[in-house]
Design a binder for this molecule. Sequence first.
Ligand SMILES: [Zn+2]
Length: 103
Amino acid sequence: MGLIVILICFGVGGGLIGKAKGSSFFLWFLISFCVPFIGLLTAIVYRSDKDELRRQCPGCGRVVKIHDAICTRCGTELDFPDVAIAPESQARRRAGAAAESAG
Ligand SMILES: [Zn+2]
């Protein structure tokens, strides 16, 4: 009985972390529930694409991930940029805050 409680605690913890990172609560609940330690660790190190910093290709203007070395559209080699574009998740948060203050 105690084990079930511990597994559920892991499941809820992993689910909350997964949800905070923009993924599914239920998915990470299941993963952390089935493989407690590894699942929870995976949830912690898991990075959503939406949280990646981005940058703009000087060649074609395409927005790519900041760690991309070559533009996937035009093939320009990309140096590590001085200016990064905020991740999608932050941009959305900021847009939401602006909308709230305007309205
Ligand atoms: Zn390009």
